[in-house]
Design a protein around this ligand. Sequence first.
Ligand code: ZN
Ligand code: ZN
Length: 137
Amino acid sequence: MSSTHTHSKKSQSLTKNQKIVLNLLQNSGEALKAYSILDSLKKEGLKSPLQIYRALDKLVELGKIHKIESRNSFIVCNNSNCASNTVFAICERCGNVKEIKNSDLSEGVKELVKKNRMNVTRYNLEFFVLCKSCKTN
Ligand SMILES: [Zn+2]
Ligand SMILES: [Zn+2]
């Protein structure tokens, strides 16, 4: 454990692995399952699943990507700083995931939880829908 002290604010610079993982998700433009991320990155020389999971966790923490819990997949954040003001609409037919920013909903969730005398630590709102293109088919 390093105990060096720096006064610089928390660096936003990503590690090499984090950059590789983020790049992959950015280029794909859609949600990717964890195993397919592992698969694609094997070709990039990232062989350790643990390294990849660490990079994913960190990117989620930094708000660069989101985890779609119900699918065990990951998607690039298309807002900046959406924190918890975001919901995911997942198409039941094609699996397309759309991120929707909505602070009303997150306020509602906080209120609901508060009424039950609890504190929200984190949550993930996922809706299942038929997306535009699947609806018309
Ligand atoms: Zn987001
Ligand atoms: Zn669809």
